[in-house]
Design a protein around this ligand. Structure first.
Ligand code: ADP
Ligand code: MG
Length: 363
């Protein structure tokens, strides 16, 4: 359940900023079309020493022309789900359909992977490190029409902004450039769906934004459908139209990034997307919140006001660049909050808090 609470932590203190509670829901409306990819009660087990349930009874829908991100902690089943969608793995239970037809798997076709999809896997496995960029990309096309092969390769390299690197060996490129080549290689045959597993992991932070924007532009221009696996909230919040949250092999939530950020149903989602403070009912009582269940308080929804009579003590300051993350304690709970703009504060100082919003969440 979602609350916009105006809490008066101290009687002489008025909360006046509720702007964070009045965000618009209109941008979160789902466009309900027929799903392009449809998974029903899909499970996959690995037979290791013990049986590992990598994907456990998940159902999901992927809409055409949208970017869907699968997010979850390491080992939650994200890569396995991506491989199931592509047809590299066959579900032990349930089914996955692409435009109504069951996705063929290794036993149904010689070359693994759905013909309408391309997977950019982790670690540039598909690139030939000792060949140049041009050859890595153009080798995806047949030699039946050399002129067309040349034009298409040039076009694709330009689209990914790597035409100037055409003659360079892959081994000499940066992580970001390699990733652009891997995507160019995947896109040259115009797949309908591009699957990417942690695509920005090996791209320097400074170049990530530009690559994300270029991918978003390609989506806009071509109507490409993207399924992206990530564990990085900034990535998925910026890029995706739809989010699938995985935990322990299950999908625990699916929805618009805006909705899942502001109204997560689970503590796990609130932590993953917002690094939220998760506190139990007893702890909540210590900050005058009456609730029967756990609550999530996003860091940006807590204000700390210096006051010698305050019940909270400043325990730690983490420099985060354009803001500080403060950790404060009332001896019952520690709370993390954002101090923006940052200003110099002394450890041990006392203060009271205002909370402009909290969310009741499931465990
Ligand atoms: P994620 O991508 O979210 O990190 P994975 O889908 O790679 O998670 O893995 C989910 C679970 O399945 C993990 O426990 C992992 O160890 C296990 N797993 C993945 N691939 C295999 C495999 N080929 N054989 C055995 N276990 C595997
Ligand atoms: Mg993975």
């Amino acid at each position: 359940m979602y609350f916009c609470a105006e809490l008066q932590i101290r009687h002489n203190f008025m909360v006046n900023n509720l702007s964070s509670c009045s965000y618009s829901h209109s941008s979160t409306q789902t466009q309900q079309g027929l799903a392009m990819i449809d998974g029903k009660q899909v499970s996959l087990f690995f037979q290791a020493k013990d049986q590992i349930i990598a994907v456990d009874n998940v159902s999901f829908e992927i809409q055409q022309g949208k970017t869907t991100a699968i997010i979850g902690e390491s080992g939650s089943g994200k890569s396995t789900l991506l491989k199931l969608i592509y047809g590299l793995l066959e579900p032990n239970k349930g089914e996955i359909r692409y435009k109504g037809s069951i996705v063929p798997t290794r036993k149904d076709k010689l070359i693994p992977g759905h013909d309408a999809m391309k997977l950019v896997s982790q670690g540039f496995d598909d690139l030939n490190l000792y060949a140049n960029v041009w050859d890595n990309v153009s080798s995806q096309l047949p030699n039946t029409n050399i002129n067309l092969k040349h034009t298409k390769t040039q076009e694709t390299l330009e689209r990914l902004k790597i035409a100037h690197l055409a003659k360079q060996r892959i081994a000499d490129l940066s992580g970001g450039e390699k990733q652009r080549v891997a995507i160019a290689r995947a896109l040259i045959n115009k797949p309908e769906v591009l699957l990417m597993d942690e695509p920005f992991n090996q791209v320097d932070a400074a170049f990530r934004d530009a690559l994300q924007q270029d991918i978003s532009q390609i989506v806009e221009e071509t109507g490409l459908t993207i399924i992206l696996v990530s564990h990085d909230p900034t990535e998925v919040l910026a890029m995706s139209d739809e989010l699938i949250v995985m935990k322990d092999a299950k999908i625990i939530e699916q929805g618009k990034p805006n909705t899942l950020y502001h109204q997560p149903k689970n503590a796990y989602t609130a932590l993953l997307l917002a690094k939220s403070n998760i506190i139990n009912a007893k702890q909540a009582k210590s900050i005058s919140i009456t609730t029967q269940q756990r609550i999530a308080i996003h860091q940006e929804n807590i204000q700390f006001q210096i006051d010698p009579q305050g019940e909270f003590t400043l325990k730690n300051i983490r420099f985060r660049g354009f803001y500080n993350e403060l950790i404060i304690s009332n001896n019952i709970i520690d709370l993390h909050l954002i101090q923006f703009p940052p200003f110099s504060t002394t450890l041990g100082i006392k203060g009271h808090i205002q909370i402009s919003k909290y969310i009741e969440v499931q465990v």
